[in-house]
Design a protein around this ligand. Structure first.
Ligand SMILES: [Zn+2]
Ligand SMILES: [Zn+2]
Ligand SMILES: [Zn+2]
Length: 240
């Protein structure tokens, strides 16, 4: 991701793959439409995707780069006339309720988002008939949920995964994995750590996400990686 005010080669790059917005994914499965995390760029991301329907939002964790765009779900309220279902663990829901108190107020100002929250724990759950398996990972000291849906697994914001949780990832065909930068970080995998985990899992294809400007130019970094491991970029579509 470019850093505001930075003049490094990545932040100055004209390659669209170096123009990263905050990490988030859209999942289309069984005729349903889901988003994992609504970061500060959520509005811009769904506009670019021309996403005209959204059935539910799931949250990995409560950091602002994954939640700040929640207000924009109101556009989907207007379209569907329905409350937006939101799935997150209790601590994440509690923080959303504090940080977006106007959304959860008893007497709402007209036009504010309408949401319906569901608390999730580390057990598989269904959203509109689609099975999500949470995978608990650690982001320094903060537990974060990744999600497996069929043979697709999304793990962002982590620097540790326990063997029992990793067992849920094995066999996945597509793995999306956090790889922030080359130098050690307190709460994110480095490139080497992410490559090592990707090799252990052995998915058909692994895509790295949550990439900092410090990782290097997209083109250069991909050249160093095995062909089964690629860097994600904004707008990348993956089919299973
Ligand atoms: Zn930079
Ligand atoms: Zn985070
Ligand atoms: Zn993050």
């Amino acid at each position: 991701m470019p850093l505001v005010g930075c003049e490094c080669a990545v932040c100055q790059s004209v390659d669209y793959r170096d123009k990263r917005l905050r990490s988030s994914i859209h999942i289309a499965v069984d005729g349903r439409s889901f988003v994992v995390d609504t970061g500060p760029d959520f509005r811009q991301q769904v506009l670019r995707l021309r996403l005209n329907r959204l059935d539910a939002v799931l949250f990995t964790h409560q950091h602002k780069d994954h939640t700040a765009g929640l207000d924009e779900v109101r556009a989907y309220n207007f379209r569907s006339g329905q409350d937006m279902p939101i799935y997150a663990r209790s601590t994440v829901l509690a923080q959303l309720q504090r940080e977006f108190s106007y959304i959860f107020a008893e007497h709402k100002y007209p036009g504010v988002p309408h949401v319906r929250t569901t608390q999730i724990v580390n057990e598989p759950f269904d959203v509109l008939g689609v099975r999500f398996t949470p995978i608990e990972v650690m982001h320094h000291k903060l537990p974060v949920f990744g999600f497996r849906i069929g043979d697709f697994t999304y793990l962002t914001d982590l620097n540790y995964i326990a063997d029992a949780e990793l067992a849920k990832v094995y066999g996945t065909k597509i793995l999306v994995l956090d790889a922030l930068q080359r130098t050690p970080h307190i709460s994110h995998f480095t490139l080497d750590q992410a490559v090592a985990l990707a090799r252990r899992v052995g998915a058909d294809r692994t895509y790295f996400t949550h990439i900092s400007h410090k990782l290097g130019l997209h083109r250069d970094v991909e050249n160093e990686l095995p062909t089964t491991i690629r860097l994600g970029y904004d707008g990348l579509q993956i089919r299973l």
